[in-house]
Structures are given as C-alpha cells and as structure tokens.
Ligand binder design. Structure first.
Ligand code: URA
Ligand code: SF4
Length: 324
C-alpha cells in the first residue's frame, strides 16, 4: 500500500506542477490538542476537569476543507501518523526557531514563522483605571512579594473553596515576567500538584506559548481563584470576590507588559464586564495601565478546534505587543 508520505509527496508535486503555491501551516500549535482530540475534551470551558468523554464530539466539529481551514496540519498528520505508525517530527515547531524565515520541510510543506500573516494590532478596548487610592492601604497584601502572596494563599480560608483543596495553586513564574497568563481556577491535577496548568489544557498552553517563541518558564501563569472548585464548576462570584485581591497583587508586583486573559472568567473578572468573550477579543484593553488581551481558554480549544485559528491570531497579537 502506498504510504501516506508518498501520497503527500505526489500531491505536493502535482500542486507545484499545476502552478499552485506551497502549502502553509496556519497554526503551529496543536500537538496537545491533537492528543486531546483523541482523548477528548472536558466538561467546562475552563477545562479544569480531568473528566473525559470519548472523542467523537470533537472530531465531528472539525472542518474538513483545505489547509487554510484553521485546523493545524500538525493535527491531521499526527493522527495520520498514529494510524500509519509514522509520526514525523514535521510540523511541531522547535522551542526557539532560529530564524525568521519560513522553513521548507523535506515534504515540501512550509512551516510558517509566527510573524507571517500575523494580524495587525487591534484598536483599544475596555480601560480599567488603577484604583484612585490604594485600596490595600493598611492591608498586609500591599507589602507582599510573590512568595508572600503564595504563602498567604496557602493558608487562606476566605472562601468555601479552602474546604476541599489538597493544595492551593497561587501561580507560577518569575517576578520579572513580561507576560502574565490568567486562567479560571485549578483543576484536579493542579490541586494535586499545587501548580497551575499542568493538565491537558496546560500542555496545550505550553504549545501555544512555544508557537510564539515564548518559553513557559519565562511566563507567569495563574488563575482567578487559587483553590479548585468542586467538580471543576465555574467559580462563584463570591469566591472570585474573595480571591481576586491575590491576583491583583500578583499583577501589581510583576507589572508585566501584557496580560493574556484566557476564557470568560478571567476576561470578565479583570475587565469587570459581562460582555461575551467573542466581543472582548481582538481589542487591546488596558488593565491598570497594562495591555490586556482576551482569548479562548486552552480547554475550550480542546473541545472546539474551530477556536484554534482565532486563538493563534490572538497570541500573535500578544507577541507583537510584547515586542513593541
Ligand atoms: N484551567 C484553568 O483555568 N487553570 C488551570 O490551572 C488549569 C486548567
Ligand atoms: Fe482563599 Fe482564594 Fe482559596 Fe478562596 S479560592 S480559599 S479566597 S485562596
């Protein structure tokens, strides 16, 4: 039987003979999503869940058109590879691509640099001004560095979420991070380890960051609430209200260049709005003087691959904000 690679090569040759352009990867991240598409998705947008269902639903949502359909070629070929036993290292980008140019693979497929076709920086959005006076005056939190915030989180009992936690998950990353990523709240694996985004959504987040040449360890990653909500439900408003001061202090200490709010809970909380995530995307908001972008939660991408393309656009905007 003709192998998939031969078929691909023949197809590419025919395209070239027909004068068509090279194939181009639209979204380089997708290895974790590829895994998860097979393993299936989670039960809430935050995806903190380790509860899994079988993969059919996700597969059915996929577009089935050509390479510009928003579905990473990496995914298709990973799946192909899993059938043929030939998973090549092809489309997953290296952690630090050496050069800016697109690189042509032996297969003829071109690996796009994140800059190629990156969307322009969008217009301003919501502005959240710094508090008029220091709301934390007299509050010990105002004096806390990141370690001290983490310590307080670890012994916090300001809301009911402390009842069932194994570990609080304050957040992780360097104090001089240029980018702060904010999710919703810890899931099972995070509760188990005390670290944010270490489950399947976290693997995808790592891939997303890598795709814009960011090393995860250089990013501060945290959540709106620091303890796991039972059964991975969305955090309730009073829980968010009790916890959000820790997040504010973390952002205040770090003073990142960009905040990436992933998912509705982070976006609504930081921008103090109930507007839809879709309407908050593609704007450069300002949170207390810090540029803030909104995008889909990685767990949402595990469920709905159609959101990978917009997410890829969003993180390329984030990357440009970091660079400017
Ligand atoms: N989802 C989140 O919102 N946060 C995590 O830390 C993990 C999954
Ligand atoms: Fe404290 Fe936040 Fe945990 Fe609630 S979720 S107990 S406010 S650290």
């Amino acid at each position: 039987m003709t192998g998939a690679r031969d078929l691909l090569q023949r197809y590419l040759m025919q395209r070239r003979e027909a004068g068509e352009e090279d194939l181009v990867l639209e979204q380089p991240f997708g290895s974790a999503a590829g895994r998860s598409d097979r393993q299936a998705a989670t039960n809430s947008e935050s995806g903190r869940s380790e509860q899994r269902h079988t993969s059919g639903a996700v597969e059915r949502q996929r577009p089935s058109t050509g390479p510009s359909d928003g579905l990473p070629i990496a995914n298709r070929e990973t799946e192909e590879g899993s059938r043929t036993g030939r998973v090549a290292e092809r489309q997953i980008p290296p952690a630090h691509p050496p050069a800016r140019q697109s690189t042509r693979r032996r297969s003829g497929v071109v690996q796009k640099d994140w800059r190629d076709g990156a969307p322009p920086i969008p217009p301003p959005g919501v502005v959240i001004a710094p508090p008029a006076s220091d709301l934390f005056t007299g509050d010990e939190l105002a004096q806390c560095n990141l370690e001290a915030v983490a310590k307080r989180v670890g012994s916090c009992n300001k809301c009911r979420l402390c009842d069932n936690r194994t570990n609080a998950v304050p957040g992780d990353g360097p104090a001089d991070a240029q980018l702060v990523v904010v999710g919703e709240g810890p899931g099972a694996k995070e509760d188990e380890t005390g670290l944010p985004f270490v489950g399947r959504a976290g693997e995808l987040l790592t891939d997303v960051l890598q795709a814009i040449d960011l090393v995860r360890e250089r990013v501060f990653i945290c959540n709106v609430v620091k303890c796991r909500p039972p059964a991975n439900r969305k955090p309730l408003q009073d829980e968010i209200d009790a916890c959000v001061a820790y997040l504010y202090r973390q952002i205040e200490v770090i003073q990142p260049k960009v905040i990436l709010a992933m998912g509705g809970t982070a976006a609504e909380t930081l921008l103090n709005t109930k507007r839809s995530l879709a309407s908050l995307r593609n704007r450069v908001h300002s949170f207390r003087g810090i540029q803030l972008l909104v995008t889909y939660h990685p767990a949402a991408l595990l469920r709905n691959p159609n959101w990978k393309k917009p997410t890829w656009d969003d993180v390329r905007i984030a990357r440009q904000l970091l660079d400017r």
